[in-house]
Each structure stands twice: as C-alpha cells, then as structure tokens.
Design a protein around this ligand. Structure first.
Ligand code: SF4
Length: 460
C-alpha cells in the first residue's frame, strides 16, 4: 500500500501467548485508541506495527520471534515495528539482535506506556531501537483508565492480578512479571459492572495465580471475598469462571463460596504439574499430594458436578519411569475432567537451569502421549456420564449446520465444546439435552421450550 494511503495514526496489534497477554493487548489498543490511533486488521495498512509477544517457553518464544521477523520483513518505509510483552521484558536488547528492523521494545511490566513509546518513535529519528524497559520490580499498577479485560463473544477474560511470587523452578514468569500485584477490588468490580452492561454472560477470572488474589493487599481469603463482591456487583452475569488456582491455596472458604454462589461455575482450573512428591520437590512445587487428594475430595463432596482441569509437565529433569508411572496413576486415581500435558522446556535463568535438560525429547514426547491417551479414556467416560443430562450451553458459533457452544465444564480455547443441532442464536444460553459424547466434545439438542435467550435458571 503506497505510503500516502497509510494512516500514520493507525496501528496493527498482533497478540500472542496466553489470555493474560490478550488482556494486555486489549488494554494497549484502548490506550492507543484514546490517543487517536485507529486499529487496522492488516499490517500493510498500519503506521504502527505491534506484536505483543510471549516469552514463557521455547515453542512460544520461537513463535513470537518468527512473527516479529515476518512483520519486519514486510515493513514498509514510514512504518514502525514495536515488540511488546513478555519476550521483550525477558530479552530486551537481545531481541533486537534477533529481529533486525525493530524500532521499539517495550516490556510487559509497562504495557501502559505504549502511547508514550509510539509518540517518541514518531517524534525522533531512531537508527537504533528505542527501549522502554524501565527497571520496575513488578507490573505497573497505573492502568491509565484502560479496562483490564478481553471480550470474546459473550465472554470476557478479566485480569485480577499480574505477576507471581511462587518459586516454581521451571517457570520464567516471575523473572518476566515480578511478584504478584493484585488489582484493587474496586477497579475489578467497576469493570464487571461495565461488562455486565455490555451484555457479557461469562466472566473468566485470570492471573498467574488467582488463589493469591489480595495477598499483597493484606487480604485473607481474597479470592473468596472478591467472588462474593463480584456476585453482588454484577448479578446479571450468569457465569463466573476461576482459572489458574495454585495447589495448597484452594481453601475450605473458597470451596464453600464456590458451592454457595450460583454464578460461580462448578469448574476449577488447578495446574498441579506432577503427582510424584520427589518430582514436585525438584520442581519447587507443593509436594503434598495428600492435600490434593483431600481437597479434590472436599470439592467433589461440596460440588458433585464439579469439573476439574489440571496441567502436567512430563520429562522434568530427573523424572524416572517410576516417577512418571506415579503421575499416570495419580491422574487415573483423581480422574480430572480436563488435562493439559506439556513436555519440560529448558528455560535459562530459571531455578531449574542447573539441572539442564537430560531427558531425551522422544522420551518426553512418549510420556506426554501416554498421559494424554490415558486422559482421553477418562475424559470420554466423564463425557459419557453427561448423556441424558440437560446443560446450559453458551452458543458461540456455527458449523456444518450445527451450533457450537460451551457448557460450564468447558473453558474457552482449552477445553471441549458442545455441538447442538439446529440454528441457535450466538451469544445466548440454550438448555441442551446431551445425546452423545466424544473424548473431548459433546453433542445434543435444544431441550425445552424455555424461550431461548431468557435468563438461565441459576442453580439453587
Ligand atoms: S504459579 Fe508457578 S508456574 Fe505458575 S506463573 Fe507462578 S511461578 Fe509460574
């Protein structure tokens, strides 16, 4: 596109990585919009190109570097390219060596300064990239009025905190984001009210560790308190979903609150990472697997229809076949509804660095495959148990004459879906009688004459 047709006050923002990064991308887009910049969908049409990168593990870092290189290769005179996010925060100047053509680098801790950086880049020639990586220990709390949410259809990710104080040996997040910073409850509640007014039907609470919410604000049971206040503040939002709970911090109060509040879904994402105490100790993760058994037992007693998602890492340095077998047995015993499995990614700068990466990739991959094959059988059985039940399904799309949606048992993008006969309204809840089950997905038909779109009957 000839330079003359490209609006210098337009931006193209590519968001990579996790839902927390998606929220940062949305917030940066809002701030740019507030400064008179227009978002465009094609890089060629933008004056400013921004990639909000992921710097968590090897494959994600690679994806981010490749995306930046692609943008740099396509960059036209007058366009500027900015690398934002976790990869920028973690590697800074090193990134500029890997991606020639970068104009600016801004870290994940100061996403809110994106407009300042763009204006600095527009104001002065910059033969070298301009770095905006101030040495701040944590993610900035000055959000400059940007909403910390990412709306996707009738759902919204709502960020309640950023950063993490946990010592997990394999994880680079504390290096990137610093310790946990909880957002003031009032800001979160105000955004929940805004999202309710915008017709959002599902709030997905995210942070690196939602169970640590409020700790840095001196709150006890901060997450439970926040759930109660959210239910009061946004009674019109039928679904509140909790992601990223940290083992050892799901309290009796939280279980009681989840069981009592109708809006809080009987769904919990709790990454456990392993099931063998010795591996967990080497990972510097809570190694009390008895606690996990007890807590899962308590949760299921209080919420028999609870869906639990967990995540595991296989191939961690020192993981023996016996330790891996213990993980398999642990996952088989606890019967999680949803499981994500990842092979260990060697991450320089983390506490696990000295352990190296001794387990061959094919062994790691074999273990990941065996765990997921076992999980497929478990997930299928769990799904088959839904046949004959009626679940409220949030319709999100269409395909092959079917309507596609999610039940309370499915978080977006990572869990299964429900395929429903008929042409049903997107963004609405529909009661669906489950008629079939696959390893991850369910099938069904709209159940009752209850007027589609009417508020769903929250559970008693
Ligand atoms: S809880 Fe552990 S794995 Fe999760 S972000 Fe924090 S340090 Fe990383």
């Amino acid at each position: 596109m000839p330079k003359k047709n490209r609006n210098p006050k337009s931006f193209y923002l590519l968001s990579l990585g996790c839902a927390k990064n998606t929220v940062d991308s949305e917030s940066m887009a809002q701030l740019l919009g507030g400064a008179g910049y227009t978002g465009v969908a094609e890089p060629a049409k933008a004056g400013v190109l921004i990639a909000n990168t992921c710097g968590f593990i090897g494959p994600a870092k690679e994806e981010s570097v490749n995306a930046l290189r692609e943008l740099a290769d396509g960059k036209k005179p007058g366009q500027m390219l900015i690398a934002a996010g976790c990869l920028s925060q973690r590697y800074g100047a090193e990134l500029a060596k890997q991606v020639p053509g970068l104009d600016g680098i801004i870290g994940a801790r100061r996403w809110m300064d994106i407009v300042d950086l763009v204006q600095r880049l527009r104001a002065q020639p910059h033969p070298q990239p301009i770095y905006h990586l101030p040495d701040t220990p944590v993610v900035g709390g000055d959000e400059r009025g940007a909403m910390r949410a990412a709306i996707q259809g009738a759902s919204a990710y709502l960020k309640i905190a950023d950063g993490c104080r946990r010592p997990c040996a394999f994880c680079a997040i504390p290096l990137i984001k610093g310790a946990a910073v909880s957002r003031p409850s009032e800001s979160i509640l105000a955004e929940a009210r805004q999202l309710e007014a915008m017709g959002v039907k599902e709030l997905i609470l995210i942070a690196q560790d939602t169970t640590d919410y409020g700790h840095d604000l001196g709150m006890k049971e901060g997450l439970s308190t926040l759930l109660e206040r959210l239910a009061d503040a946004a009674p019109g939002i039928p679904w509140i979903r909790i992601m990223y709970a940290f083992p050892g911090y799901v309290t009796d109060r939280q279980i009681e609150t989840m069981a009592r509040l109708p809006q809080v879904l009987r769904y919990l994402d709790m990454p456990l990472q392993h099931g063998h105490p010795a591996t967990l100790r080497r990972m510097r993760r809570p190694a009390n697997v008895e606690w996990v058994r007890d807590t899962v037992g308590k949760m299921r007693a209080a919420m028999p229809d609870l869906a639990i998602r967990s995540t595991f890492i296989v191939g961690y340095p020192g993981e023996t076949e016996e330790e891996f077998q213990t993980l398999l047995d642990f996952a088989a015993e606890l019967q999680f509804d949803r499981v994500g499995a990842f092979t260990f990614s060697f991450e320089p700068g983390t506490a696990s660095e000295p352990l190296g990466d001794p387990i061959p990739p094919e062994v790691k991959e074999d273990r990941r495959r065996r765990l997921m094959e076992q999980q497929q059988r478990i997930s299928l059985a769990k799904n088959q148990a839904q046949i004959g039940k009626t679940l409220d399904v949030l319709i999100e799309g269409k395909g092959d004459g079917l309507s596609l949606g999610r039940s309370y048992r499915d978080a977006p993008e990572i869990d299964g879906m429900v395929m429903v006969e008929g042409d049903l309204p997107v963004g609405e809840f529909v009661p669906v009688r489950i008629t079939g089950a696959m390893a991850y997905d369910l099938t069904g038909a709209a159940a009752t004459a209850r007027a589609i779109g009417q508020p769903i009957a929250l559970r008693e």
